[in-house]
Design a protein around this ligand. Sequence first.
Ligand SMILES: NC(=O)c1ccc[n+]([C@@H]2O[C@H](COP(=O)([O-])OP(=O)(O)OC[C@H]3O[C@@H](n4cnc5c(N)ncnc54)[C@H](O)[C@@H]3O)[C@@H](O)[C@H]2O)c1
Length: 270
Amino acid sequence: MYALQNKVAVVTGAGSGIGRALALRLAQHGCRLALADIDAAGLAATAALLPSPPYTHRLDVADRDAVHAFADAVKHECGGAHVVINNAGVALSQTIENMSYEDFEWLMNINFWGVVHGTKAFLPTLLAQRDGAIVNLSSIFGIITVPTQGAYHAAKFAVRGFTETLRQELDGSGVFAVCVHPGGIKTNIARNARHYVDTMGNTDHARSAAAFDQMARTSADEAARVIIDGIQRRRPRVLIGADARLMDRIQRWAPVRYPAALRALLRLSR
Ligand SMILES: NC(=O)c1ccc[n+]([C@@H]2O[C@H](COP(=O)([O-])OP(=O)(O)OC[C@H]3O[C@@H](n4cnc5c(N)ncnc54)[C@H](O)[C@@H]3O)[C@@H](O)[C@H]2O)c1
């Protein structure tokens, strides 16, 4: 088991959802926390929930220099870093035909490049210690695909490829990588999304977010519990929720034809 007590845990996107829940649970495990988010108010609200003040840093993970400066600041303020959770992320619903390059790049810069920046900025510290974990948030949408999620899929499949490669390259280094694939988690992600049209042809943002809330069955706290368990057990892949486990199984059962099975499931769940 990987011991978390007295380790420095870094969480990006800690101002909401899974990131906030991770911060609360990691504090219970005795970690010292370095938390970042682009949303300063959300970050302050997370900090206020913690038993002792964390190191907080307003950060745009899409900004490479800013992420490297954050890693330097964490080293200075916390004396190192052990568990780095690249969690910050956004959503976007639009068909590939109608998706603007601006929206595509916005999402890729956060959901893919943000993970690359966080990994490369902290990796030298972890390797020098020969101790640590890089934990990257992909999604069940890094395993299966649905229409209107082209940019999100591109980023989350890329995070999976990147993290699975890293895992192998780190073999024997004392550092390990974990790729996390949540199913639907009840957070603000759908409400904060750039939304044009969703899987069900819905163009109304509020209605679509409400439909997401109905479908997302797992709480952020439960997601955090499963992620931390995966880190402690040094799991290479962490699936979260019965929905994610089912979709993963369907994809293995019918690697090319799974979209038809998923459409049938979606119709049944409405
Ligand atoms: N909620 C789900 O159903 C679900 C499913 C699969 C994967 N995920 C992934 O989990 C991660 C966390 O999402 P969540 O559901 O908690 O969403 P959320 O919207 O509740 O939280 C995301 C956090 O990331 C922050 N953020 C956004 N852009 C940022 C940037 N450029 N720099 C720094 N911080 C930024 C937001 O301010 C917010 O605090 C994301 O990577 C998401 O893709 C979520």
